[in-house]
Write a protein that binds this ligand. Sequence first.
Ligand code: ADP
Ligand code: MN
Length: 177
Amino acid sequence: AQNGSVRKRGPNILVTGTPGTGKTTTSSALAEATQLRHIIIGDLVKEKNLHDGWDDELDCYVINEDLVCDELEDLMEEGGNIVDYHGCDFFPERWFDRVVVLQTDNTVLYDRLSRRGYTGSKLSNNIECEIFQVLLQEAKESYPEDIVVALKSDTIEDISRNVASLTDWVGSWHPAS
Ligand code: ADP
Ligand code: MN
């Protein structure tokens, strides 16, 4: 079967964006409002060892994309997932019904990431990633144009509005036949 036809639990939504744009905050609130399952890829990678060790330079695990995809295949087929990750080009295109790219003003993002303890090149690389809209580019190259949506995430009000509109979208979603 193709696309939505097998997703009994509901649609699959990918929430992506530069670190600090609010993926986890937004996804948690959306999961609470919709009862969809929130999958934080970074946590899953750590818990299930789906990585090839630690990258000292980038200060993060080297994610093993094949292991992550194998781990998630059954859940994604079942449907009803919110996948939370700062990348999107290695997931199968058929998994997602909606791809949300969160975007934050770069001075706002700078403060958020500094507060998180990011400094030096880790901080500047992420700000650059946001300025050049790397995740929006990646999403547009990896998924059909009509399922990709960019949402502003500068303020708490933005989060409320984004969660409300995505909750409406989930409520009106029907499996493709
Ligand atoms: P991500 O998962 O994309 O790295 P988080 O959801 O962890 O981002 O958010 C990072 C920090 O920024 C958190 O302290 C969160 O409360 C704050 N934050 C995220 N989005 C917003 C927003 N739209 N308005 C205000 N604060 C936000
Ligand atoms: Mn997060």
